[in-house]
Design a binder for this molecule. Structure first.
Ligand code: AVJ
Ligand code: FE
Length: 433
């Protein structure tokens, strides 16, 4: 984005805004019951996400940058993610689906007017480089991924998208050695390579790491199945105390959406049952499961610094080229509703030769979500700051459901260690002896 002139940048923003809205409307192209119902206590009704992205756009683009008076001030509280927990949202007087669509399209029309007249070269950090538009674009794509997780939980058939994915390749050497040394973690943002980077990705800082080994590919279903069949879920040796408690209390014995039928494991994917494909990266595991598997395998989860260093210091592991929808480097943007088999993207390898860092599955890391040294909150505390601490684990790299404009090697995602409805898997690492 950084190199486009002001006009090219505005055109690109307008195109991306149109594309993300098309995506949100496609995921909510369902009958009202489907949209207002709560499919899981963990998730909002889909109609909440839909109006919330419009409300967020109104707050940031129309009010903050455009100086426009609130369109419907009486609904703001309903779409404030901090006011009511997700489980209480269905009982709120939310806009119904037709009203929600009308509201967000009204907002969007005015947003395009603001885009037309705003000076994207102004020094103000919300305007500069189109930051505020990057903020709302990424936000809507993140909610689209959340909506996909809700749809998967609903077990309603119809959203399986069986796009073509390249075949897998076995790894000649399943681990990659990363030598000891200093690397740059995070990004400068602003005029740096990632002008739309979030506050939590900044500032860029130098960090020394001892040498380590990291898996070339994410852990596959086939590998994970060995842990399951070896009694991994019945052996407290592999689990942290809180993880073991979670397993026992919930009777967990396999990843979410898996069921056993005799010797064969099946999974439900968007309402359709199919045998668990052994070559595909495992997904729908909690941080506790990832951590237990790693211990069983004689390894550990990588820290987020180790994960990021393995990317080789570029915007994407393969370089600066935008992943777009060409699909040569990574499985992103819901091309297919599943991760690609391990080894599917040799061209997407990092300079160290680590593959599938971007796309396929979010990867749990060992790290708590904490600010980088020199962190400065921008533009608001409720995006990152209120989540810092020893409560959320960091995930990296995006999933098959993540849009290319909402992921890069510095991007940080986070969730509670018990969460499994997100499209998350992992890879392992180990320290050098
Ligand atoms: C970064 C995915 C953890 O969904 O809770 C959406 C993104 N922040 N609206 C989330 C977000 C505000 C956030 N995650
Ligand atoms: Fe949000």
């Amino acid at each position: 984005m950084g190199n486009a002139g002001p006009t090219g940048l505005k055109e690109r923003i307008a195109a991306e805004l149109a594309a993300v809205r098309e995506r949100s409307l496609a995921y909510t192209d369902a009958d009202d019951d489907m949209l207002v119902r709560q499919h899981s206590l963990l998730m909002s009704p889909l109609v909440w996400d839909l109006a919330h992205v419009g409300n967020y756009e109104e707050l940031w683009v129309l009010r903050e940058v455009g100086g426009i008076e609130p369109l419907r001030p009486e609904i703001d509280h309903l779409y404030d993610a901090f006011k009511y927990p997700r489980k209480d949202r269905p009982s709120l007087p939310l806009l119904d689906p037709a009203e929600a669509r009308k509201y967000i399209s009204g907002v969007r029309g005015r947003v395009l007017d603001v885009l037309d007249r705003v000076d994207l070269t102004a020094p103000d950090p919300l305007r500069s480089g189109g930051y505020v538009f990057g903020l709302v674009l990424q936000h809507e794509h993140q909610h689209d991924e959340t909506m996909l997780a809700t749809l998967q939980l609903s077990r309603r058939p119809g959203l399986v998208r069986d796009g073509e994915l390249p075949p897998g390749r076995p790894a000649a050497d399943p681990e990659v050695h990363i030598p000891a040394g200093v690397f740059t973690m995070g990004t400068g943002g602003g005029t740096g390579a990632n002008p739309w980077a979030y506050d939590n990705e900044r500032p860029a800082h130098r960090l020394y790491l001892p040498g380590y080994r990291i898996d070339r590919h994410p852990v596959t279903n086939g590998a994970y199945l060995e842990f399951v069949e070896d009694g991994g879920y019945r052996d407290p040796r592999w689990w942290l105390p809180q993880g073991w408690e979670w397993v026992e209390r919930n009777g967990v014995e396999a990843p979410l959406f898996w069921t056993r039928d005799g010797d064969i494991w099946w999974r439900v994917r968007f309402g359709r049952e199919e045998p668990v494909p052994p070559e595909e990266p495992v997904q729908h595991v909690s941080w506790y499961e990832a951590d237990a598997y790693a211990r069983w395998a004689g390894k550990r989860l990588p820290t987020e610094a180790e994960w990021e260093k393995a990317c080789g210091g570029r915007t994407y592991p393969w370089g600066e080229a935008d992943p777009g929808h060409q699909g040569r480097w990574a499985n992103l943007g819901h091309r297919a509703a599943r991760p690609a088999p391990a080894g599917a993207f040799p061209d997407g390898a990092s300079p160290y030769g680590v593959e599938q860092l971007i796309g396929d599955v979010w990867e749990w890391t060992d790290s708590w979500f904490q600010p980088y040294p020199g962190y400065r909150c921008f533009p608001y505390e409720e995006y990152s700051k209120v989540f810092f601490g020893e409560t959320h684990r960091v995930l990296r790299g995006g999933s098959w459901a993540t849009h290319p404009s909402a992921v890069r090697t510095t991007f940080r995602n986070w969730d509670y260690p018990i969460r499994r409805q997100i499209f998350a898997g992992f890879r392992c690492a180990r320290s050098e002896e």
